[in-house]
Design a protein around this ligand. Sequence first.
Ligand code: PMP
Length: 401
Amino acid sequence: MNAFNPAQFRAQFPALSDAGVYLDSAATALKPQAVIDASHQFYSLSAGNVHRSQFAAAQKLTARYEEARTQVATLINAPDGKNIVWTRGSTEAINMVAQCYARPRLKPGDEIIVSEAEHHANLVPWLMVAEQTGAQVIKLPLGAGHLPDVEQLSSLISSRSRILALGQMSNVTGGCPDLARAIQLAHAAGIVVMVDGAQGVVHFPADVQALDIDFYAFSGHKLYGPTGIGALYGKQELLDDMTPWLGGGKMITEVTFDGFKTQPVPYRLEAGTPNVAGVIGLSAALEWLSELDIVQAESWSRGLATLAEDELSRRPGFRSFRCQDSSLLAFDFDGVHHSDMVTLLAGYGIALRAGQHCAQPLLAALGVSGTLRASFAPYNTQEDVHALVNAVDRALDLLVD
Ligand code: PMP
């Protein structure tokens, strides 16, 4: 593993020459040259589909495609590549659990506990399945430090509780709840736990065995990989219990007009030609990441967020919604609408996001209609922080009388 060198790291991202000051990595990360090259090579040089053809090029591609599952398994310490189901991303993975695992099991009156800090991707699928089955969604409220109050689980869990849906890291506050404790409380009551790892995986991939996680979802594009590819990890016995939601090629062993027999997982849950290019790109991203000292890189990004928070906090009306020492900095200024501010910042070449960040219940709990969010990645620099602060000063001059 190489020591983290900010300048060398940054030089691997061609989009930085065009993206201005890019502070939106929590929405999607920029792609390093290694991922761009792998995707380009895939489309230039590979031939054939996976799991279908006997000729050498297709066999080679299939082997590479399957090897990528093992890379994901290594990333999150899953027991085997067969525990990894390819999806389009975190959203699809969570919907798959809701529809293929929960829906056939939930009975009217059963309860799904969802934290108030969740991204809509880990709330709406549960609201949908609750509507379909007569189950109820129960809120695990925010507690101290804008974190889901995990200890409240002891009083929320009832004999009707079936599922707990909890994010590893908030995409707004950057807060990370005590997953180990939440899972311990849930498992003591026989509840299955869905962990949304979309943000967390980028900073500290979960060890799914050490934490005893039942289902874990993440997206490739936040982890420097391509869009349209992600993964669902599930414990073997839980994946085995899932009813496929898509039927078609390669998920079956036998088909007649009387019916069909399905393949074992993960193939049973992956009907049709998969996103092979996405898998190859994600595989390249994981290989590239395995050379990175994630701890040092993370400490660099967090340092930048701290610097930005310190600088901005000297401006009147500044409020931070940052949890712990995260690399995400959600903030606003009293009396300044986030949309006005973000529009001006965009004009000054600062790429960041403002609004509700697909987390409306969380924003309501924080008592705001929206925030700005600067998300720092290891390719950002102190110059980026200064550019942000200068741009905010220019905007405040215009917006505050
Ligand atoms: N969960 C969290 C915490 C997220 O930040 C995101 C992406 N913003 C998602 C889920 C959904 O990810 P995707 O859009 O890649 O499916």
